[in-house]
Design a protein around this ligand. Structure first.
Ligand SMILES: Cc1cc2nc3c(=O)[nH]c(=O)nc-3n(C[C@H](O)[C@H](O)[C@H](O)COP(=O)(O)OP(=O)(O)OC[C@H]3O[C@@H](n4cnc5c(N)ncnc54)[C@H](O)[C@@H]3O)c2cc1C
Length: 418
């Protein structure tokens, strides 16, 4: 039976857990990242890095690498059917970088894994699941299961995950970056605020013969939103908000990039995407060549009431979620990851670590109350365009920024962030 000791155990090797690992490694803190899956995500998911996240990557020495992988976009345009109603100019938002970077999440995760492994050796354990944890004094004992696959079934083989062995990890702190269904959050027993708003989107990623539009385009009808992302290369992603859908739960991230193709079904999917795009966005003239991925996703607008307690803290989707357009949940997760790494780095050496963590709790809760509109949301002025004014509550989650940059972007639409 093996036991492990380290300063910080990170549960979840998604983008937030990996960023936390990189910040901890930079601070000279010993760490281990565990993930119950066998490798990184295989799809584009949260595909935009805000200016603030690019600053974080610069601090980690990874800016040139991400810039080489992604597509810089400095405009977000808002449409209703064929009419361009408003636009955001990120170059005029006063942020450090005058653009956001469109980078599919799978490529971003792969880059983070490579960077973390090259800096820490074998810090990441794939196929390792957190089962439970308990704090005793100044240590947390986490029970971890090593998973393996086995084939079952006689006529039709079926691949099943089984527990190969269990062992304990002893750490000073635990970061729960274990995503939407976070076990760390459940075990901490923290409640959520918000949660009344739920949106279902159907995402379709496809190749096209033409160069994609050089901006993110958001279509806001009276009751639904859709967004067209220009991905790197000749690739795009449409996410259409569905008003009537069977989807009830946030899906698991896919780990296999391959899709079994069937020409009749694929043609039906291509026709559906082109048809719906034409209906909602008559300006859409790109060809839909090959649909490389599609999925329904449910987004809930909520945040935890406490980001953690004692020695176990949450970051990223484990703590919150909002609508997909502004990619705020993942990007806010990076700010939380950095703040926790800083607090743990200091807290491990000096007294006062508990104060730093309480401050973390207050700051990040306040940010999320603002992002969810619980403190008032976006307020129109007397001269705000009526179209923008009518959509002000929905626009909050659509702006690709957080904190002061979010206020400045809202200002471009003549809206004030309360
Ligand atoms: C289909 C889909 C489409 C999406 N589209 C968008 C979009 O358009 N815009 C947007 O902003 N966001 C989108 N997202 C959400 C985006 O992917 C998340 O915001 C982002 O992944 C959050 O990163 P994270 O590191 O906090 O969590 P995650 O990326 O969810 O990572 C959590 C990790 O923890 C691991 N884990 C969970 N439990 C355990 C355990 N007990 N033990 C060990 N490991 C565990 C999981 O395997 C996972 O790898 C989408 C997500 C999906 C699934």
């Amino acid at each position: 039976m093996r036991d492990e000791q380290m300063d910080v155990l990170i549960v979840g090797a998604g983008p937030v857990g990996l960023m936390a690992g990189l910040f901890l490694a930079q601070a000279g803190v010993s760490l281990r990242v565990i993930d119950q899956e066998s490798g990184t995500a295989a799809r584009s998911y949260g595909c935009a890095l805000h200016s603030a996240s690019l600053k974080h990557l610069q601090q980690l020495g990874l800016l040139d690498t991400v810039l080489g992988l992604g597509r810089k976009v400095s405009k977000v345009a808002f449409y209703e059917r064929e009419n361009r109603k408003a636009e955001l100019d990120l170059a005029q938002a006063g942020a450090e970088f005058p653009f956001m970077l469109i980078l599919p999440q799978d490529e971003f995760e792969r880059m983070l894994v490579e960077a973390l492994e090259s800096r820490t050796g074998k810090a990441i354990l794939w196929n390792h699941r957190l089962d439970d944890f308990q704090t005793a004094g100044d240590r947390v004992r986490s029970s971890v299961q090593e998973l393996t696959g086995t084939s079952t079934g006689y006529v039709v083989p079926h691949w099943e995950t089984v527990v190969k062995q269990r062992f304990d990890v002893h750490s000073s702190y635990v970061i729960g970056a274990d995503g939407h269904r976070s076990l760390v959050r459940q075990r901490l027993g923290v409640a959520s605020m918000g949660g009344t708003q739920r949106e279902v989107f159907a995402a379709y990623e496809f190749t096209t013969d033409e160069a994609p539009y050089d901006e993110v385009r958001v279509v806001m009808d009276t009751d639904s939103s859709s967004v067209l992302w220009p991905l790197p290369g000749n690739k795009c992603r449409w996410a259409f908000q569905l008003l009537h859908s069977e989807a009830t739960e946030f899906p698991d991230k896919e780990r296999r990039a391959l899709r079994v193709s069937d020409e009749t079904t694929d043609q039906k999917i291509r026709d559906f995407v082109a048809g719906l795009a034409q209906k909602r966005a008559p300006w859409f003239k790109l060809s839909v060549k090959e649909v490389t991925w599609f999925s329904d996703v449910v987004f809930e607008h909520h945040c935890v009431k406490e980001f953690g307690a004692g020695r176990c803290w949450l970051a990223g989707d484990a703590a919150h979620q909002t609508g997909p357009v502004g990619v705020q949940s993942m990007n806010a997760g990076f700010i939380e990851a950095k703040a926790l790494a800083t607090a743990f780095g200091k807290g491990l050496e000096v007294r006062g670590g508990a104060d730093l963590l309480q401050q973390f709790n207050r700051e990040h809760q306040a940010r999320w109350q603002q992002l969810l509109g619980l403190t008032g949301g976006l307020k129109p002025a007397a001269n705000t365009d009526p179209w923008v004014k009518a959509r002000a509550p929905r626009l909050l989650a659509d702006l690709p920024a957080i904190d002061a940059s979010l206020e400045r972007l809202a200002g471009q639409l003549n809206l004030q962030l309360a």
